[in-house]
Design a protein. Structure first.
Length: 300
C-alpha cells in the first residue's frame, strides 16, 4: 500500500496488476486511484488501474499497446508512466509469475517492475534464498522487491529492496510508512538473525525443496513447484469437511473459502516449511488420497 500510494503521487500513471495478486496489492492499487481522484478535486483519477488475466502476457501486451496507442493519437496528452506489480509466487495457487517474460516486456515497453516476494523470500533462490527473482535469474532486472517479515522470517513487518533513490522517496512519501510506529527493536533483531541463519544454514532450504519434490511424488499427480500446494475441492462444505478430517488425523491444512478465493474454487492449502519432516509429507499425502478420490484435485 505504501509503495503504490507513493507512486501515484505522480500524475498520469497506469498501474498494471495480475488478476490473482494478493489483497494487499489490490487494496494498494485501489487506494492510489481513489487518493489521486480526491487530490485533484475530480471524480476522474489521473491514476488508472488495468488488470490483466492471470499470467497471460499476451493480454498484458494488448493492454500496454492499447494505452501506448492512445497516447500516440493524442499529442496534447503527456506521456503516461507505467507501473507493473505482481506476486512472484501466488499465495493461493502456488504458481509463479512469468518473471522472465515480464522482464522482456519491461525492456520493450519501459515500465517500472515491482514484485511481491512475500511467499518466496528465503524459500526460493538456491544460493541466497533471495526469492523467485533469484531463482529465475532476473533479480537485477526488477526495480522494486517488496516482501514481508511475517512468513519465512517468522516475525512481522515488511520491506522494500530498491535503489538508494527509491529508498529516500518511499521514506519521505510513503504515508503507510511515515505515519506508522517503528517496529520494536527485538522484532528487527529477530528478523536480522533469521536472515543470518538463512544464509548460514542453506540446508534448511534444501530440505524444504526435498519435501516439495516428495509431496508431488506421493500424491502421484505431477511435480510440485513451490511450497504452496492447493488441493481444489470446489464447494465450501467439501473443503471444510476435508480440513476437519485432516485435523482429526493430526494435520492442520486450512480450508480456503470466499472471499479469499472465488466461489466454487474452495481448496485445501498445503504450505510446507523446513520445520516439516518426510514423515509429515508422507502422512498428509496418505490422508489426502481419500479426499482426492472424492473429487479433490491437487494443482501442481
Amino acid at each position: 500500500m505504501a509503495v503504490l500510494d507513493s507512486l501515484a503521487l505522480a500524475e498520469d500513471v497506469d498501474i498494471y496488476s495480475d488478476e490473482l495478486n494478493h489483497a494487499s496489492i489490490v487494496d494498494g492499487a485501489r487506494l492510489a486511484v481513489r487518493r489521486r481522484s480526491h487530490s485533484n478535486g475530480s471524480s476522474n483519477s489521473s491514476v488508472k488501474l488495468h488488470v490483466y488475466r492471470h499470467n497471460d502476457l499476451g493480454h498484458l501486451e494488448e493492454l500496454l499497446l492499447q494505452h501506448d496507442n492512445n497516447n500516440n493519437h493524442n499529442n496534447n496528452t503527456k506521456k503516461r508512466k507505467k507501473v507493473l506489480i505482481t506476486d512472484s509466487l501466488f499465495s493461493m495457487d502456488g504458481d509463479y509469475a512469468d518473471l522472465q517474460g515480464l522482464v522482456a516486456l519491461k525492456n520493450r515497453y519501459g515500465f517500472l517492475l515491482a514484485i511481491d516476494e512475500a511467499h518466496a523470500t528465503l524459500c526460493c533462490g538456491k544460493e541466497r534464498g533471495a526469492g523467485a527473482a533469484e531463482m529465475f535469474g532476473v533479480e537485477h532486472d526488477i526495480d522494486l522487491h517488496i516482501g514481508t517479515l511475517s512468513k519465512a522470517f517468522g516475525c512481522m513487518g515488511g520491506f522494500v529492496c530498491c535503489s538508494n533513490q527509491w529508498k529516500h522517496f518511499f521514506i519521505n512519501r510513503g504515508r503507510a510508512q511515515v505515519f506508522s510506529t517503528a517496529l520494536p527493536v527485538p522484532v528487527v533483531v529477530a528478523a536480522q538473525e533469521a536472515l543470518a541463519i538463512s544464509q548460514r544454514e542453506g540446508w534448511r532450504r534444501e530440505h524444504l525443496w526435498r519435501l516439495i519434490d516428495r509431496l508431488g511424488k506421493e500424491l502421484g499427480v505431477g511435480v510440485a513447484v513451490s511450497p504452496i500446494v492447493p488441493v481444489m475441492m470446489g464447494s465450501e462444505d467439501k473443503a471444510l469437511e476435508a480440513s476437519r478430517e485432516l485435523l482429526r488425523q493430526g494435520y492442520h491444512v486450512p480450508a480456503i473459502r470466499p472471499p479469499t478465493v472465488p466461489r466454487g474454487t474452495c481448496r485445501l492449502r498445503i504450505s510446507l516449511s523446513a520445520g516439516h519432516t518426510m514423515e509429515d509429507v508422507v502422512g498428509v499425502a496418505r490422508c489426502l488420497k481419500p479426499v482426492m478420490g472424492s473429487g479433490g484435485q491437487p494443482r501442481l
